[in-house]
Design a protein around this ligand. Sequence first.
Ligand code: GUN
Length: 293
Amino acid sequence: MQLIDGKKIALEIQDEISVEVKQIIAKGGKQPHLAAVLVGNDGGSETYVASKILTCEKVGFKSSLIRHNSDVTEAQLLETVHQLNNDPDVDGFIVQMPLPKHIDEQKIIEAIKPEKDVDGFHPINVGRMVLDLPTYVSATPYGIVQLLAKYNIETSGKTCVVIGRSHIVGSPMSILLAKNTPQGNCTVTLCHSKTKNLKSHTLNADIIVCALGQPEFLKGDMVKEGAVVIDVGTTRVKSSETKSGFKLKGDVLFEEVAPKCSYITPVPGGVGPMTIASLIKNTLLAARKEIYK
Ligand code: GUN
């Protein structure tokens, strides 16, 4: 069993990006600028956004954090999006999800200019991804594709099961793995809450991407010998073992599943750091105007 070290690969990507940023600035170019909008003070969202901002600093990007209380109106949030859309210094921005229930997330996503949508959530960017056009690929699936590439994991002709059909991870992941690309050409089954006899699917899978947000859902008896398992889960559970009082738990029961795998991602240190590295990569594409010229 080989552990897929997402933290190490993410640091390598960050190093490559910081070299590029130095070159841009040496040539008199503008410092790439990522802005993040955070609504309320959900612990998980605070942690993710803080990591995104910290990574910007590490690679030499400018970053801005725009905070709103959880009682912000939809109109006020739309106004923030319009300001960021029209700020020539901001290359790309994200609105951290989830948003409070009184705000229509889709309306906010659709208000973001596609050329600044470095999360790749706007319908135009999702559509471009489906049609193999240049786009910002949603950061978590993009990070997973890069991990498969770095570890030379063969995907062509493999049977792949994606568990979870979220717009952010499961759906785009299933599409990317089925494409005619170096990290594609899988035969993909997208499983979800209505799937009957899930175990019959997972036991047949060469590659399993587990992205349903249910801690330790995937057990050892659901995985075939030699499978590649990618764990996207990052549920915060209370823990007396950590300073913060929380621990991240994946969707995979690691102790049972890992011994059966050829490759597996740990939580933490697997997919999570790659999500942030991919967002930073997308922001560099935005700064260089490589997608929308
Ligand atoms: N919430 C969970 N993952 C993400 C992400 O990749 N981007 C944003 N904006 N919100 C999230």
